[in-house]
Design a protein around this ligand. Structure first.
Ligand code: UD1
Ligand code: MG
Length: 464
């Protein structure tokens, strides 16, 4: 018989969220609640094969999400959500093959692996052990009734006024001896205020049959359940603080922690500076000495060492190599790479492009599907015409090119190494190496045109 498995209950309707999104997929920062719960179980050392999630309400969406993120976790269905007791019972075929069962509410994103490990190591000591916490405001949590040698739980809606005064509450994490749970689980009824089958009734049933029950207290900060939008916002705020505190301890300088958001999957180095109003999301990695200026939003990108993002840059799924520089006001997206010392400046958009070492795109440009060699300079207002209405086409600009302002590259097109384009050129054909590409109408001047023009005013008249 296998020793221990974990069942995460995630089938509930989440009625109190008043949202079309299933509760466990509601985001805390940039990750759904359920990801924290699953991540916690996996970090505590549970193999995905010994981990099951019970889905039901919005189950297709939850199932698809779990399959993508945690492909080896078992997915079980609770088609009708008749309460947490019914939920555990529905999963009986999964857990009855084990000696011990850990049951976790799916709405506990703040819990830490060390706390789960503590529950895991308590497995087998009692027929049931639960985690509790002292609630600042015990609200609708189940109240813990302690007597000399046992613990039971009374749900808020069924509690007497005296019981409602109790501040020690049920966190929704249980360690059961499977053999003992099997003996009482069919005795759980829905004879209560909510007409639901409560898993919390397992404790009193066990006590009545002479089994042992126990509880240990954990900090409230880890044990908050998310049942309402307000609780979601509270938990998100605490999670945000926790992540910022962690990175500050690692030597990251966060100038104004009240305005900075960093997701749980971000990895930073010491001596990174983060200015006010910055957001960093997804799987980002930022190297030593880099500087992220105000108003920047960086998602799933890799920044090397000493990268400078001046201010108001939006960077997505891209790589900025060591000493690269971006901003202010630029948008870098879709697998763009800035090689070392490359620069994307003011009002510049880069999409799926590679900007070679030391190359510069300083002002008002769009480079899409382009590769630039090293030490290229792109004049202000230059643009790749990469889309012909059907296909995206590539532009290649060789090393050491000097691109005149307002050059249009009608892709697919190529400029050989060491070449120059004249300002205002529309480049439709290859420019060979070391050449000047000129693609614009010649200027003609019409003499005395102003004097013949009725609307023309001399400078003196104009001053009146
Ligand atoms: C539950 C506990 C309460 C505890 C609190 C801690 C019960 C009866 N009450 O209350 O004592 O203080 O958690 O946060 O267990 N779920 C299912 N199927 C169902 C019903 C619920 O899978 O039929 C899942 C939900 O998706 C959720 C978890 O079980 O993840 C808990 O359900 P929820 O409705 O949030 O219970 P609470 O009222 O918070
Ligand atoms: Mg809850």
């Amino acid at each position: 018989m296998k020793n221990l498995c974990v069942l995460v209950m995630a089938a509930g309707k989440g009625t109190r969220m008043k949202s079309a999104t299933p509760k466990v997929l509601q985001p805390v920062l940039d990750r759904p609640i359920i990801d924290y719960v699953m991540g916690n179980a996996i970090s505590a050392g549970i193999n995905q094969e010994d981990l099951a999630v019970l889905v039901g309400s919005g189950g297709e969406e939850v199932e698809a999400h779990i399959k993508e993120k945690f492909p080896n976790v078992k997915i079980l269905w609770q088609h009708e959500q008749l309460g947490t007791g019914h939920a555990v019972k529905t999963a009986r075929d999964f857990w009855s093959e084990y000696e011990n069962l850990i049951v976790l509410n799916g709405d506990l994103p703040m819990m830490k692996p060390e706390s789960l490990q503590k529950l895991i190591s308590s497995a087998g000591q009692n027929d049931c052990t639960v985690i509790t916490f002292e609630a600042e405001n015990p609200g609708a949590y189940g109240r813990i009734i302690r007597s000399k040698n046992s613990v039971s739980i009374v749900e808020y809606k069924d509690a007497s006024p005296e019981q409602r005064e109790i501040r020690e509450v049920n966190a929704g994490c249980y360690a059961f001896k499977v053999k003992s749970l099997l003996r009482i689980i069919d005795s759980i009824t829905n004879n209560n205020a909510q007409k639901e089958y409560y898993i919390t009734d397992a404790l009193s049933l066990m006590n009545e049959s002479g089994m042992t029950t126990g509880a240990f207290i954990m900090p409230e900060s880890e044990m908050q359940g998310v049942n309402t939008q307000e609780e979601l916002a509270n938990v998100s705020r605490e999670m945000r603080r926790e992540i910022l505190t962690h990175w500050m301890k690692e030597g990251v300088r966060i100038v104004d922690p009240d305005t900075v958001y960093i997701g749980a999957d971000v990895v930073l180095s010491h001596d990174v500076t983060i200015m006010p109003n910055v957001q960093i999301w997804g799987r980002c990695v930022i190297g030593e000495g880099s500087y992220i200026g105000s108003g920047s939003i960086i998602t799933s990108s890799i920044l090397g060492e000493n990268v400078i993002v001046t201010a108001y840059a939006v960077i997505e799924n891209s790589i900025l190599s060591n000493n690269a520089k971006a901003g202010p006001f630029c948008y870098i997206r879709d697998h763009t790479v800035l090689e070392e010392r490359a620069f994307a400046g003011k009002f510049v958009e880069l999409k799926n492009s590679r900007i070679g070492e030391g190359s510069k795109v300083p002002h008002l440009s769009y480079m899409g599907d382009a590769t630039l060699g090293h030490d290229v300079n792109i004049g202000a207002g230059s643009i790749t015409c990469n889309y012909d209405g059907v296909n995206k086409n590539k532009t290649h600009i060789g090393n050491n090119c000097f691109i005149g302002s307002n050059t249009m590259f009608v892709a697919p097109v190529e400029v050989g190494e060491g070449s120059t384009t004249a300002a205002g050129s529309v480049i439709t054909q290859r420019v060979p190496e070391n050449s000047l590409g000129v693609g614009r109408a010649r200027q003609t001047n019409i003499a005395d045109w102003s004097l013949r023009n009725h609307h023309h005013k001399t400078t003196t008249e104009g001053d009146k």
